[in-house]
Design a protein around this ligand. Structure first.
Ligand SMILES: [Mg+2]
Ligand SMILES: [Zn+2]
Length: 193
């Protein structure tokens, strides 16, 4: 397969507050709701053959709030609902550790992104990170990708912190769908080659 402008690219999605609505420590499918037009957004990426990778901090596991089985049930249901709308996630990586564990995978660490780069032959500086927290924007910065803050989940609150932050998102979008539309434009205009 020959490369095109979409090759070696992924859009890394934060999960809570970005793909699904924020609930404190989501652990049950009964609390799972997609954010507005999330499936449509993911479908656009799928159609352009851009990898869609969820990277999520799930310290609730090491806090003993839920089990890996609970987490996987939520992820199965998330995939099932997206599939029902013609959208798919290429892979979901999660960090189960506690912030005090000092692991390499917890965002804004690079662990999950570097694993993805290896698994999917990505050029991280051509990738994008979409999330509702400054942690997600820091992750983007740490891997030299482009960060987009969405105003769903904690996004509006986090936006207020930007003035005092030492990093800035490349773009701020109302939601995942708007973020994806911006990304497609960004790529098509050759602004991230
Ligand atoms: Mg989030
Ligand atoms: Zn970790």
């Amino acid at each position: 397969m020959t490369d095109n402008i979409y090759s070696h690219r992924a859009v890394f999605l934060d999960r809570d507050g970005t793909v699904n609505t924020e609930v404190d420590y989501l652990s049950s499918v009964k609390d799972l709701r997609l954010t507005k037009n999330a499936a449509k957004a993911i479908r656009i990426l799928n159609q352009n053959k851009i990898k869609v990778i969820i990277v999520t901090n799930q310290s609730g596991i090491s806090r003993g709030l839920f089990s890996i089985d609970d987490l996987e049930n939520v992820h199965d249901e998330l995939r099932r609902r997206l599939r029902g709308k013609g959208a798919h996630i290429d892979v979901i990586y999660y960090c189960p550790h506690h912030p005090d564990d000092g692991c390499l995978c917890r965002k804004p660490g690079k662990g999950m992104f570097e694993k993805a780069a290896k698994d999917f032959d990505l050029k991280l500086n051509k990738c994008y990170v979409i999330g509702d927290k400054l942690t997600d924007i820091k992750s983007a910065h740490n891997i030299s990708a482009r960060g987009i803050l969405v105003r769903t989940g904690y996004g509006k609150l986090e936006q207020d912190k930007l003035r005092d932050a030492d990093i800035a998102p490349e773009h701020i979008a109302e939601n995942l769908y708007e973020a994806v539309k911006w990304i497609i434009k960004n790529i098509n205009r050759g602004e991230n080659d």
